[in-house]
Design a protein around this ligand. Structure first.
Ligand code: IPD
Ligand code: CA
Ligand code: CA
Length: 268
């Protein structure tokens, strides 16, 4: 992608993310409709929907040739990553949005011919914007983030885990995960994959493992983590796939190898 095009795209995407964040903050203390999707705990609100519609309108009016892959279905039926594709999660962490009124993010990843160009994750209630542009590093607001250190040992690491490790068809050897809980310094579960990626890039979290993640959950985080020298792969060491569900192991290179070798045993 041409540098000038990428720069303008980044500027527009940032403005729209901030505007979408303003709208979410306006609505968060009002009454909004909450529905369920695939199961009773899979929540969606009218704010998720209106936020995605806002992105859809902006993208299609400024970039009619771009495709949108969005969680709530207002985008396109994206079958390939050819051309420019926006992968948007209007609210990542909807359960937190509904129950906690914090700890959720807007996640926007922009890919061109399958290459991650721009990643933006906005922690709406903290007003913290994580950004990454391919080849230019990653930022937390205006501060450039350091490259991840490969010196960190698992024993002094904090690893984010979630219920998918127990629920997702019991695909992993749970004993090994129990051992990981013992061996690492601590585990966390933040409830927003996008924020979990952003926290690894920021260096306040060392790894994230999940057995189920959709492209919109990690499209921006993947780019952000790449820019600080981190690595994101599937639990079977295959590269991630931006058009379907994935298992995910995200961290710095050293911890990634340790997690994959010692703690993640797939039962397939
Ligand atoms: C969810 C969050 C959560 C992850 C789930 C996702 P949503 O996204 O990222 O942390 O464990 O797999 O579906 O539904 O709140 O956008
Ligand atoms: Ca999500
Ligand atoms: Ca969502």
């Amino acid at each position: 992608m041409d540098d000038a095009i990428r720069k303008k795209l980044f500027q527009n995407a940032k403005v729209w993310v901030y505007e979408a964040g303003d709208k979410i903050r306006e609505q968060i203390h009002q009454q909004f409709k909450v529905d369920t999707k695939s199961n009773a705990n899979d929540l969606v609100t009218e704010v998720d929907q209106s936020t995605e519609q806002y992105f859809q309108k902006q993208i299609k009016s400024h970039y009619p040739n771009h495709q949108l892959l969005g969680e709530e279905g207002y985008g396109d039926n994206v079958q390939s990553l050819d051309g420019t594709v926006w992968i948007v999660d209007p609210i990542d962490g909807t359960m937190n949005f509904v129950h906690q009124k914090r700890n959720f993010a807007i996640s926007v990843g922009i890919y061109h011919d399958g290459v991650g160009e721009i990643g933006i994750i906005y922690n709406v209630m903290e007003d913290v914007l994580y950004t990454a542009v391919k080849g230019e590093g990653a930022f937390r607001n205006d501060k450039k983030l350091d490259l991840l250190s490969n010196e960190v040992q698992l024993e002094t690491s904090i690893i984010a885990l979630n219920s998918s490790l127990a629920c997702e068809n019991k695909r992993v050897n749970e004993r090994k995960i129990q051992q990981l809980i013992k061996d690492s310094r601590g585990t966390r579960s933040y409830g927003s994959a996008a924020l979990e990626f952003a926290f690894i890039a920021e260096g306040i979290l060392d790894g994230y493992i999940t057995m189920k993640l959709a492209p919109w959950d990690f499209a921006a985080g993947y780019i952000l983590l790449n820019e600080v020298g981190g690595i994101t792969v599937q639990a079977n060491r295959e590269p991630v796939n931006l058009l379907e569900g994935n298992t995910i192991v995200a961290s710095n290179k050293q911890i990634s190898e340790r997690l994959l070798t010692d703690y993640i045993e797939l039962k397939e």
